[in-house]
Write a protein of this length. Structure first.
Lengths: 112, 116
């Protein structure tokens, strides 16, 4: 059973516009959620996280929104840049879990 | 370079052979994880260590897989009698687990295994 879902395998956005990547989860016991970014031939790198007690966390151009009642989170990138083109993984974990569980990823292409 | 390093980066082997991957985590990190990633999928958890103790193994980890972290520093992942289905990217990650930590993992660049 897939506890973290990313239903959009790919997304294309024009440079300068907003990119919105979505993620759904099934387990209400998760304490925190994370977004990782992955370029080809590299390991994933941490981007931004949010605690389950918050509904928004912002870091520069990146903002993560959490809707616990809907078990949904989203990553907003504003403005999008060509260097943002990568695969983005949504992930979740918690004090009841000793591992971080990843979604299947969304491939973002930012078109110049 | 003080990041997570993995060796080898690429390994091509014939079905039935044994392979071993090594991971050197960030030195002050007490947790070390192994994940596997196949095309179009996110990283799938295999196992993790807290210092030298292996605390959890995924059901994905068959008896042909074994992982060690003998002195709580580097780790090895061995796959015996490799099968074509073992072809994947094997990712190592480390973290420093403290109360209130948010699960940030630091990944290496991965070891890509191709079983012919």
């Amino acid at each position: 059973d897939q506890q973290v879902k990313q239903n959009s395998p790919s997304l294309s956005v024009q440079e300068g516009r907003i990119s919105i990547l979505n993620c759904d989860y099934t387990n209400s016991m998760f304490d925190y959620f994370l977004w990782y970014k992955k370029y080809p031939a590299e390991g994933p790198t941490f981007l931004i996280s949010i605690s389950s007690i918050k509904d928004k966390n912002e870091d520069g151009r990146f903002t993560v929104f959490l809707n616990k009642s809907a078990k949904h989170l989203s990553l907003h990138i504003v403005p999008s840049q060509p260097g943002d083109s990568a695969v983005y993984f949504c992930a979740a974990g918690g004090t009841s879990y000793d591992k971080v569980i990843f979604g299947p990823g969304t491939s973002l292409s930012v078109i110049p | 370079d003080t990041g997570v390093s993995q060796d080898p980066r690429h390994k091509i082997t014939k079905r039935g052979q044994n392979v071993t991957f090594r991971c050197d985590p960030i030195s002050e990190h007490n947790r070390l994880y192994w994940y596997r990633q196949t095309l179009g999928q996110g990283p799938e958890f295999l196992t993790y260590f807290q210092n030298e103790a292996q605390l959890e193994k995924s059901r994905l980890l068959s008896d042909r897989f074994s992982a060690e972290r003998p002195k709580g520093s580097f780790s090895t992942l061995e796959i015996q009698r490799t099968e074509q289905g073992d072809s994947a990217m094997y990712l190592c990650a480390s973290s420093l687990e403290l109360a209130g930590s948010t699960g940030e993992l630091f990944f290496g660049e991965g070891s890509r295994l191709t079983v012919l």
